[in-house]
Design a protein around this ligand. Structure first.
Ligand code: HEC
Length: 188
């Protein structure tokens, strides 16, 4: 009988505490490391500290060019933003094509002529959508287009949250192919 009483006591007494009141042979189940929200008597503070300045989450790459692309700013982004992707494979171009057709073609058109399905007489789309095949964009550096995708401008919003960095460069590679094809008259 007394055994059951003790057992009941142990079970019930566990209910209200975040840590067991009584532990038999805990061995090494509990780590001495402080949990995030746990009071840390050693530091007289809580476990979660303010991270040191400059700390970044895993897989997050800070983007240094934070302004909306103005013509001047684009010149700046050109300096620092060099396309890191060399020797793209066919699979990379295909990925670029797929991402372009998903994210850019609704406005900029399947072949980049600025005539995507959402563009039409106002008020269908409130601003004219520029073509990707103009001399203007052809002359832009890859970094400038990258900056445009990352920050957006005017009626075009930023696509940084939807398109990963590598995919942005692949989209640009695909846009270059569209421009080449247009120059050769293949888009007509
Ligand atoms: C919702 C429609 C829309 C989508 C989707 C869109 N854009 Fe745009 N884009 C625009 C508009 C509108 C402008 C003109 C912005 C302005 O008025 O400053 C523009 C401008 C641009 C320019 C600058 C062209 C120039 O001549 O100044 C580039 C480059 C560009 N977009 C690339 C892209 C790429 C790459 C994608 C896909 C990742 C994309 N856009 C997706 C609407 C869109």
């Amino acid at each position: 009988m007394i055994r059951y009483l003790i057992l009941t006591f142990i079970l019930i007494s566990n209910c209200e505490y975040s840590k067991p009141v009584l532990e038999f042979f805990p061995d090494m189940y509990d780590s001495y490391a402080v949990e995030a929200q746990e009071f840390d008597s050693y530091n007289n503070d809580y476990g979660r500290r303010i991270p040191p300045e400059g700390t970044i989450p895993v897989n997050y790459f800070p983007y240094p060019f934070q302004s909306e692309p103005t013509p001047d700013d684009l010149k700046n982004s050109e300096k620092g933003l060099v396309n890191p992707m060399k020797n793209l494979s066919l699979a990379d171009y295909k990925r670029g094509e797929e991402r372009y057709q998903i994210f850019c073609s609704p406005c900029h058109g399947v072949r980049g002529a600025g005539n995507g399905p959402v563009v039409g007489p106002a008020p269908r789309f409130p601003a004219p959508v520029p073509s990707m095949l103009t001399e203007n964009v052809t002359k832009w550096t890859d970094g400038q287009i990258y900056h445009m995708i990352t920050m957006g401008r005017g009626r075009m919003s930023s696509y940084a949250a939807q398109i990963e960095s590598d995919d942005r460069w692949k989209i640009i590679a695909y846009i270059r192919k569209l421009q080449e094809a247009d120059k050769k008259g293949l888009n007509k």
